[in-house]
Design a binder for this molecule. Structure first.
Ligand SMILES: [Zn+2]
Length: 285
């Protein structure tokens, strides 16, 4: 009798363990399809980590290697040392300084840039590291795109191929790589530091659900026209606490408020993360 009770409890324990492992496997497979997008709290600058399964895209690296490293560690498994694509939207310090150390720490498979260059020590240091790591560099423009293995898509919508028009804009902000990231019904607008003169000309519509405010919430971006045209649910501002530029500008905050969208700010909210499956998307706290 005792022996059969022992056998039965041992058997149920084994069943429980097997069921647990199966559940974990189902959960893992399910998680592989989720798209995770995090606007990292890296001070005054931009750094956006996008991942689906073990496939990652990093858009910009913020102003500090240490803050970027810590930010990535918060959202990427420690055993994953590969970032599939790194994008530098434009060569300003608050977008590329953090990237300088990244190429020695991670196996970066592709580095995307625009044709904009800058004669600064940080830009030189970055390009030296890129050359040392032998990562392929690609100058991207409208039409370039990335399809994630699990279904999300990142499409570059700016700069356009017409280089004569680019020559009219010597300001690196105006050449920011601008992309739409879509998965299911969700569309993220990621426009670097583009000024409103260009933002307002982009072929955008109300399919956009989450909009990154241009240029850290500066009054030179994110016009009323853009907000009316795109009608996002959320506007995300990437700015440093107490930054010396006064970003985000109160006029921009007012425009967002008037548009009915929710405002999220890295200087107040820390990392801003979304997890999306093919039918819904929500903020992760
Ligand atoms: Zn910037």
């Amino acid at each position: 009798m005792m022996r059969s009770i022992k056998f039965l409890s041992g058997f149920s324990l084994l069943l429980l363990v097997i069921a647990g492992i199966l559940l974990l496997m189902i959960y893992e497979v399910h998680q592989q399809d989720d798209l995770n997008v995090t606007f990292l709290d890296i001070g005054q600058g931009d750094a956006i980590l996008i991942s689906q399964g073990s496939y990652q895209i990093l858009i910009d690296g913020g102003p500090s290697g240490r803050l970027l490293r810590e930010g990535i560690a918060r959202h990427m498994p420690f055993w994953d040392h590969t970032v599939e694509v790194v994008i530098a939207t434009h060569p300003d310090r608050d977008h590329i300084d953090g990237l300088v150390d990244l190429f020695a720490l991670y196996n970066v498979q592709e580095f995307w840039v625009t044709s904009a260059e800058k004669e600064t020590a940080v830009f030189d240091a970055l390009m030296r590291e890129v050359a040392l790591s032998q990562v392929p560099v690609r100058k991207v423009m409208y039409g370039d795109q990335i399809s994630f293995p699990s279904g999300a898509e990142l499409k570059v919508i700016y700069p356009i191929r017409d280089t004569s028009k680019l020559a009219e804009h010597p300001d690196p902000n105006a050449i920011s790589i601008t992309a739409l990231l879509s998965y299911g019904k969700e569309v993220f607008y990621l426009g670097g530091d583009l000024p409103y003169e260009i933002e307002d000309q982009l072929p955008l519509d109300d399919s956009i659900t989450i909009l990154k405010a241009g240029h850290h919430g500066s009054n030179t971006s994110t016009s009323e026209d853009l907000l009316t045209k795109t009608k996002p649910h959320d506007v995300v501002i990437s700015a440093g606490r107490g930054n010396r530029y006064g970003h985000p500008d109160p006029a921009v905050l007012n425009r967002i408020l008037k548009s009915g969208a929710r405002t999220l700010r890295t200087d107040l909210d820390g990392d801003i993360s979304y997890r999306c499956n093919d039918s819904q998307c929500g903020r992760v706290y």
